[in-house]
Design a binder for this molecule. Structure first.
Ligand code: PXP
Length: 239
């Protein structure tokens, strides 16, 4: 049964709609933890469109489980991570115009830079995870980079439009989990997971943690955050 990490970015998205102080992603993180979340995820984007530096500073002080900072390889963001020292840093590709992280890191193409940032963060005691597509060559490169963990991008699985496509994407993830585990990597997964597609994925043995944001924060509008978290936890636990 995988653990559940909750991404609170979109609480900050709503706050930024009015550029005010509410809703507060730090308070949301506390409620998620009280409801049973195993970690809190927040993405400090280069354009600061949702989560701000002060949110990360506060989360570092208040999160009782584990703080997983999603971040690009940008040197200013790396400097923030070094200063704040989250439990974990998940390195992701970042494009200014995208609505959300569109694909995994190309570890092969950007190997030298990823290896360097992984080393810098690891030396500061931060657990480094690489967000990658479920592809064998990317997993092997991730291992070679020195990262201890990977997060498999589940976007294609989440967006599959037909049962055949869904089965194909599911198989890709299952196979990638096996490869990652064999190499001794901690394997997480996430992106686009919701109340319909998570349960099937959660049954794959060897996934340490699922990281979910948008669907839980959206559901919270209707049922409250605590229930939204508890309902997702149930799906992670069901056999
Ligand atoms: N994992 C990573 C690395 C991400 O970039 C995101 C999106 O910020 C998520 C998980 C969560 O995706 P979603 O909001 O679609 O659940």
């Amino acid at each position: 049964m995988p653990k559940l990490g909750i991404n609170v970015d979109h609480v900050a998205t709503v706050r930024q709609a009015r550029e005010g102080f509410t809703p507060d992603p730090v308070l949301a993180a506390k409620i998620c933890e009280e409801a049973g979340a195993h970690s809190i995820v927040a993405h400090l984007r280069e354009d600061r469109r949702h989560i701000h530096d002060r949110d990360i500073q506060k989360l570092k002080k208040t999160v009782k489980t584990r703080l997983n900072l999603e971040m690009s390889l940008n040197k200013d963001i790396v400097a923030v991570a070094i200063k704040i020292k989250p439990y974990q840093a998940t390195l992701v590709p970042e494009k200014r115009q995208e609505l959300t992280t569109e694909g995994g890191l190309d570890v092969i193409k950007n190997f030298t830079k990823i290896k360097r940032v992984t080393k810098i963060l690891s030396q500061k005691g931060i657990l480094v995870s690489l967000f990658i597509d479920p592809q064998k060559n990317q997993i092997i490169a991730a291992k070679r980079s020195g990262a201890k963990s990977i997060e498999l991008h589940t976007g294609c699985y989440a967006n599959a439009q037909t049962p055949v496509a869904l089965k194909k994407e599911f198989k890709k993830i299952k196979n990638a989990v096996k490869i990652g585990n064999k190499l001794g990597l901690v394997v997480n997964a996430g992106h686009g997971l919701n109340y319909k597609n998570t349960q099937t994925l959660a049954k794959i043995a060897g996934i340490a943690e699922l990281n979910i944001g948008h669907s839980i924060i959206s559901q919270a509008i209707f049922v409250g955050l605590k229930k939204a978290v508890k309902d997702m936890l149930k799906l992670c636990k069901q056999k």
